[in-house]
Design a protein around this ligand. Structure first.
Ligand code: D5M
Ligand code: FE
Ligand code: ZN
Length: 492
């Protein structure tokens, strides 16, 4: 034993203290200087009030390794929305009419509190607007044509359509970035040659958001896109994560929730010749492996899992939770909760919206300025639109449900997504946006399209203070080709 540490123990004994064998054992794994200072500090702190015993708990809480005894961080959760029980098998065009009618009604309710909402005219009434009058209209964007000097936008509502023209110096910038099928409001005036000129385009967005906070400093860890079963799944790094969660790091010890944003497994038959890139050839094998991996996470941590486009269930949004028949093991774990995509949960009072993020493909494809490398920009656009997947008929399949469950009815405190395999963090009007990246290394597909993932970066949030921690489990390893993975620049 270190001589100075022996001296510190003597110091404690001479003042009438006993050292519990647990505490001695714990000290053996510490730097002698750290243990020595802790002993001296504890003797000074306890000398006046006793008891004259130094336990492992005393030692570890003195060093900040654990919360002081008696503080229970709590891990209360509530599922606020989950599409799983509401999914029907509505089919065909009637289904889509009902879906868009539902979208319109829900979005209109969502903006009802805004001053402009009182002035809204229907598409039919907007045709009667007189010269020098202003009109407020709203609807779902049914088409957009961008030209150099003007952009034409057609909005649909239940009474018909209204055509707007936006000019440079007016609302052209906003009009150019509109997504098909998103809900917007516009302030317009009659143009000289008939029709309406858009002066302003307003998104539902988020306003005056007051974020819910946990009363305790419980932490949540955000992950996504594990792709278990893929030969590119980074199992060793995930093991390190599980080991860290079981270890003495005070941040790890405060974690009470784990949130997984989809693509838990790589799936089967998702893309051509996928079998050559799989180490587990069946969904059952893949999910059993996921079950074993998540079994290494300490039980005090509640784990929430939604599906992504690689998981079984159905492909179209909204997706039900990964069916029990594929993952009886996971389903029987008491700390694991399988939900649909998208779902909203409350974690100690913090509202977390979970969505895999398939629609980012559509946004990147159709919107100049958006890219896979900055997922948070796309996430902000979804929050502005208050919809998880506004564009219909592009890459993301959307089911003809009679209720549009992809409307973001209430603004979340944290919006958690994945899918793009690149970590991102940002704030939009009081909403924290997290893209949780991936645990899969760069795939041949990603090499072919020039995407560089940032694997094995865990994002951890203190649910009381919203302080964010990064933990890079792939640090120093060449897993993303050249360049390496830098943590995202934007922070709250
Ligand atoms: O998606 C893995 C990554 O690939 C993620 O960045 C989205 C991106 N992706 C998915 N489909 C496409 C297409 N068609 N073009 C370009 N990039 C795409 P994952 O869901 O894990 O397969
Ligand atoms: Fe993925
Ligand atoms: Zn995905």
């Amino acid at each position: 034993m270190d001589r100075d540490l022996i001296a510190a123990l003597d110091y404690a004994l001479n003042r009438g203290f006993q050292i519990h064998p647990d505490a001695l054992e714990s000290m053996e794994s510490m730097e002698p200087s750290v243990a020595r200072n802790a002993i001296r500090g504890l003797v000074r702190a306890k000398a006046r009030r006793g008891p004259f015993m130094i336990s492992r708990d005393d030692l570890e809480s003195f060093l900040g390794l654990v919360a002081p005894p008696g503080t229970d961080l709590g891990n209360d959760h509530d599922v606020l929305s989950d599409p799983t029980p509401h999914i029907t098998s509505a089919e065909g065009a009637a289904g889509y009419n009902a879906l868009f009618a539902s979208r319109y009604e829900k979005m209109k309710k969502l903006v009802a509190g805004r001053p402009e909402a009182k002035l809204l005219k229907t598409a039919a009434a907007a045709k009667q607007v007189k010269r020098d009058e202003e009109a407020y209209v709203c609807g779902l964007v049914s088409s957009k044509s961008v030209e150099r000097s003007a952009t034409k936008v057609v909005l649909d509502d239940p009474t018909g359509t209204v055509e707007l023209v936006a000019f440079e110096g007016g609302a052209k910038g906003e009009a150019d970035g509109l997504f098909n099928d998103q809900f917007v409001m516009a302030k317009a005036v009659p143009g000289r040659n008939g029709g309406l000129v858009a002066k302003e385009i307003m998104f539902p967005g988020v306003s005056d958001h007051r974020s819910g906070r946990s009363e305790t400093e419980a932490h949540a860890i955000f992950l996504s896109d594990l792709h278990v079963g893929s030969r590119y799944f980074m199992e060793a790094e995930f093991d390190e994560l599980a080991e860290w969660l079981r270890g003495p790091d005070p941040v790890a010890k405060a974690i009470r929730f784990m949130v997984i944003g989809g693509d838990l497994v790589d799936g089967v038959g998702i893309y051509p010749n996928q079998d050559k890139e799989l180490v587990c050839q069946t969904l059952e094998e893949q999910l059993e492996k996921a079950d074993r991996l998540l079994g290494r996470v300490p039980d005090r941590i509640k784990i929430f899992v939604i599906p992504g486009n690689h998981d079984p269930g159905r492909r179209a949004l909204p997706q039900p939770a990964i069916p029990k028949k594929h993952c009886p093991g996971l389903r029987s774990r008491e700390n694991v909760f399988m939900l649909g995509n998208p779902s909203t949960i409350s974690l100690n009072g913090v509202r977390v919206a979970m969505f895999h993020g398939q629609s980012i493909d559509d946004l990147v494809k159709t919107t100049p300025g958006l890219s896979y490398s900055k997922p948070v920009d796309a996430m902000r656009r979804l929050l502005e639109a208050r919809h998880y997947s506004p564009i219909f008929g592009s890459q993301t399949p959307i089911a003809p449900e009679s209720e549009d469950m992809l409307v973001m009815d209430e603004a979340p405190d944290i919006l958690h997504m994945g899918h793009v395999h690149i970590t991102g963090l940002g704030m939009y009007r009081g909403v924290m946006m997290i893209n949780a990246g991936t645990w899969q290394s760069r795939t041949p597909f990603q090499v072919s399209v020039g995407q560089e993932p940032t694997p094995c970066q865990a994002i951890i949030v203190n649910l009381k203070t919203f302080r964010v921690f990064y933990k890079d489990f792939a640090e120093g390893r060449d897993v993303v080709g050249s360049g390496g993975a830098a943590p995202p620049a934007a922070g709250p």
